[in-house]
Write a protein that binds this ligand. Structure first.
Ligand SMILES: C[S@@+](CC[C@H](N)C(=O)[O-])C[C@H]1O[C@@H](n2cnc3c(N)ncnc32)[C@H](O)[C@@H]1O
Length: 492
């Protein structure tokens, strides 16, 4: 059954596309006909930690105004360069912000630009390739071109957030301000102006490449087509959309109707999209969400909100949330019934997020750092209910993490499925007879989801209870959610 998520796991560190060819100013002046032959995008293994990452001047040391587009462009280019070196975008941004003391007020613009660029990497990479004869170097130069092109790549100029010539000027200023790429400011100017002159022809040429058309690596497009021959285009399209801000109402403190009224009073249009789910029409920082700090609501995708009701927890039960960080489902389970909950995660840093979330919700759980495929953390008392929100490729949440598709490798799904099957087998022995185990993934790859569930049920003669199965990512106005998989098992 195909329908749609869960929270981010750490993407594997290694696989992004780095340019094989670098730009030269003279190359940018070649005619479109000569140089716009479509070439495939260039997924190659990431280079080891680059010179840039180690020695680049801090953003704060560049002579740029922090509220200028040049500053955001070079900041985003630095983040994208880290992604090219295999670092996940959220970590890259966190590193950039702390290393360069970027003021909170200026982080949003860099973040938006970085995410926008990651959603367009396949296309802008093909455009750079079409306009150059060798890869722009250093990587920061390539990233700056990607960020600038991402702002002007739409054919429909009405969709551009800035005037095109402003983007060109600010990108040139950004290059000029950074000692590593100042030498290439004329090339930046030439390439971007050439794009503006020849946009139509250049786009018509590169859009023949699936990687440029869809903004995914070729292997990903092929895998999606093979798994979903009818739905692959809709799935890829949903993965390129900007996700909404969806809230989960804390039923211990308020109701959907009461909270919608609070939002209305605060001039924040929103509507219900699930039993506890509310979608805000306009995303805002969490600090601006009424009652967020008091635990009235949490941020959680609508599909992820299905876990707690599916697990059917009752007062007094012993419940294990086996891969719990940052605690989205932990919080929801505790909001649902008076249970004794153990929240386990193998990553100590991520586990601290569970504490933060539960303290905001004023709820309690036993927090453990440990490996769900082992039993060294277990007290030997079986659980009535277990959630196994296992580590996966996160292929169902690429709209929230547009870098994942470029960081993942084709073989990751099989490797993660092997780890998850060990976790599931181990957890099954910790479940009471008659108890229920919920398998969750935020993947759309069958080997991590339905094939995993079927093999597990077969190995353990487990009864499969009704569950949504594969929810495909969906970005419609009436139904908006990530791509999650749910299978529910009962121990006989
Ligand atoms: C998809 S996230 C969980 C999201 C969480 N359930 C929520 O709703 O907020 C998967 C989690 O599994 C954890 N993990 C990975 N391998 C693990 C293992 N062997 N044992 C326990 N946790 C693991 C990761 O650190 C990550 O936090």
């Amino acid at each position: 059954m195909s329908k749609t998520i869960k929270l981010p796991i750490k993407p594997a560190k290694t696989t992004i596309t780095l340019p094989k060819k670098a730009a030269t100013s003279s190359a940018t002046n070649q005619s479109t006909k000569q140089s716009t032959k479509p070439t495939s995008t260039r997924p190659v293994a990431a280079k080891p930690t680059s010179k840039f990452v180690q020695v680049a001047p801090k953003l704060s040391e560049l002579h740029l105004k922090a509220d200028s587009l040049s500053y955001s462009l070079i900041g985003a280019a630095e983040a994208i360069t880290m992604v090219l070196n295999g670092i996940a975008l959220p970590q890259a941004l966190a590193k950039l912000f702390s290393n360069s003391n970027v003021e909170p007020a200026h982080r949003g613009a860099i973040q938006d630009l970085s995410y926008r660029t990651m959603r367009q990497v396949g296309r802008v990479d093909a455009l750079i390739s079409a306009m150059t004869t060798k890869a722009p170097e250093p990587a920061l130069l390539y990233s700056l071109l990607c960020c600038a092109l991402a702002l002007i790549v739409e054919e429909d100029v009405a969709l551009h957030p800035y005037a095109e010539f402003t983007v060109v000027d600010q990108a040139v200023n950004a290059a000029a301000a950074h000692p590593d790429i100042a030498h290439a400011k004329n090339m930046v100017n030439a390439l971007l102006r050439r794009f503006l002159r020849e946009r139509h022809d250049l786009l018509a040429t590169v859009m023949k490449l699936p990687t440029a058309q869809w903004n995914y690596p070729q292997w990903w497009i092929d895998a999606c087509k093979a798994a979903y021959p009818k739905d692959w285009q809709a799935i890829l399209t949903a993965g390129n959309s900007t996700p909404p801000l969806t809230l989960r109402v804390n039923q211990r403190k308020t109701s959907v109707d009461a909270y919608l009224a609070i939002l209305q009073e605060n001039g924040m249009p929103a509507h219900a999209i699930g039993p506890f789910a509310i979608r805000l029409e306009q995303a805002v920082p969490v600090a601006q969400i009424p009652g967020f700090m008091d635990g009235l609501v949490s941020v959680q995708d609508a599909a992820a909100q299905l876990a707690a009701p599916l697990l059917d927890v009752q007062n007094g039960m012993r419940v294990l949330d086996a891969c719990a960080a940052p605690g989205g489902k932990t919080g929801h389970l505790l909001e649902t019934a008076d249970i004794t909950l153990t929240a386990l995660d193998s990553d100590p840093k991520r586990a601290t997020k569970i504490t933060e979330n539960l303290s905001r919700l004023q709820l309690n759980a036993q927090l453990l750092v440990g490996d769900a495929s082992k039993a060294d953390w277990w007290d030997g008392k079986q659980f009535d209910r277990i959630v196994a929100d296992v580590p996966c490729t996160a292929s169902g949440i690429v709209r929230r993490h547009p870098d994942i598709r470029w960081l993942r490798r084709k073989a990751d799904a099989a490797q993660l499925a092997t780890l998850s099957s060990r976790i599931l087998d181990n957890l099954w022995s910790m479940l009471m007879p008659g108890g229920k185990l919920l398998l969750v993934t935020c993947s759309v790859w069958p080997q991590e989801s339905e094939a995993q569930a079927a093999a597990f049920a077969h190995r353990h003669s487990a009864t499969r209870l009704p569950a949504p199965g594969q929810l495909l990512p969906c970005a419609a106005t009436d139904s908006d959610h990530d791509g999650l998989f749910y299978a529910l098992f009962q121990k006989n």
